[in-house]
Ligand binder design. Structure first.
Ligand SMILES: *[C@@H]1O[C@H](CO)[C@@H](O)[C@H](O)[C@H]1NC(C)=O
Ligand SMILES: *[C@@H]1O[C@H](CO)[C@@H](O)[C@H](O)[C@H]1NC(C)=O
Length: 332
């Protein structure tokens, strides 16, 4: 940018920072990453959390003694949260890695939650990833979606990100939106709206994670190690006692300015058509009528129609159901 350009944008910035309230667009790809100690703290698993690369990355592992986990030091009301994650390779049935936002510790009866959950598998079978949204204690009301990944998540690091604003939630994998949940009348108070912390955990989900509990964690292959790097905690931190946001209106509005461009939307639709394997919106066993916030894209819905899978929420090409419904999983 030339000198005049710089001067011009400084003036605009000056004017705007004092009065206009129009947020400059935010570039999600260039947000600052933080080291583990700058933003996070260990939750459990004593020796099973290990800092590497000067604290810029962290390993959490599961062995016969314990899993491990960490959380953000702050609670946030809206923001963009991301990590680059590499999952344990080889046999990992029963292993669950979760990367999520929650306020379950603060609001026990009416918590909010936004999840990425990675479900391990037997050797030669791929990990599956699940997203879920709970709002204001709606735990009896799961909103799971499952996806097959278009890469091997044990082979290399990939970015998994959550954008949470007043008006929408977007889950991204490698900067591609895979799911959008808009605030709507239909969702009412179940749209997450209270401050949450970010969490990452690894634990034993033998009873449900792989083929409905058929394949359990085999500690012969332990430790199972998940690696986290490129942590982004770009949000409106709130006072932990008063729950008041320290963000000014202008900053808070930043996250609302993030939308899905037409190009990204068509990529998202394409990915979902190909890789979405389960959606609560199509599960007529759990929800005899589609939940009111579901308004599926017709080209996506067609993948789930017919051949009996319409009823189970699993896509058609899977033929018979291979897994227990996530509703049943959650009930265990
Ligand atoms: C993942 O995120 C990091 C940090 O934000 C970024 O530098 C990198 O380009 C991203 N990689 C991919 C594949 O999106
Ligand atoms: C959340 O739940 C509580 C109690 O369960 C209720 O009093 C409150 O009105 C709900 N909030 C919203 C925004 O619906």
């Amino acid at each position: 940018m030339g000198h005049r350009g710089w001067l011009f944008s400084s003036i605009i910035f000056f004017i705007c920072s004092s009065s206009c309230g129009i947020p400059a667009p935010i570039n999600l790809q260039s947000l600052k990453t933080v080291s583990f100690d700058e933003g996070c703290t260990q939750l459990f698993g004593d020796g099973n959390l290990m800092l590497i690369r000067d604290g810029k990355a962290v390993h959490i592992s599961l062995d016969e003694r314990t899993g491990a986990g960490f959380a953000s030091q702050d609670l946030y009301l809206h923001g963009f949260f991301s990590a680059s994650i590499k999952l344990p390779s080889d046999y990992a049935a029963g292993v669950v890695v979760a990367f999520y936002m929650s306020n379950g510790d603060v609001f026990e009866k009416n918590h909010d939650e936004l999840d990425f959950e990675f479900l391990g598998n037997i050797r030669g079978r791929e990990w599956r990833v699940q997203t879920n949204v709970y709002g204001n204690g709606s735990t009896g009301h799961g909103r799971e979606e499952r996806y097959g990944l278009w890469f091997d998540p044990t082979d290399d690091f990939h970015n998994y990100s959550i954008l949470w604003s007043h008006s929408r939630i977007i889950f991204y994998i490698d900067d591609i939106p895979i799911r959008e949940v808009g605030r709507s009348e239909a969702m009412g108070g179940e749209f997450p709206s209270k401050p949450m912390s970010l969490y990452a955990t690894i634990w034993d989900g033998s009873t449900w994670a792989t083929a409905g509990g058929r394949y359990k964690v085999n500690y012969k292959y332990a430790p199972y190690v998940a690696e986290f790097a490129d942590l982004v905690l770009h949000g409106c931190a709130v006072d932990p006692i008063e729950h008041l946001s320290t963000c000014r209106q202008r900053e808070a509005g930043l996250y609302d300015s993030v939308g899905i461009s037409p190009e990204q939307r068509s990529l998202m639709q394409k990915l979902r058509r190909k890789h979405l394997t389960y959606s609560y919106c199509y599960d007529r066993q759990r929800y005899p009528a589609a939940p009111p916030e579901c308004s599926p894209d017709a080209s996506e819905a067609v993948e789930f129609e017919g051949a009996g899978s319409w009823r189970s929420g699993y896509r058609r090409r899977h033929g018979k159901r291979r897994h227990r419904s996530p509703a049943a999983d959650a009930a265990l």
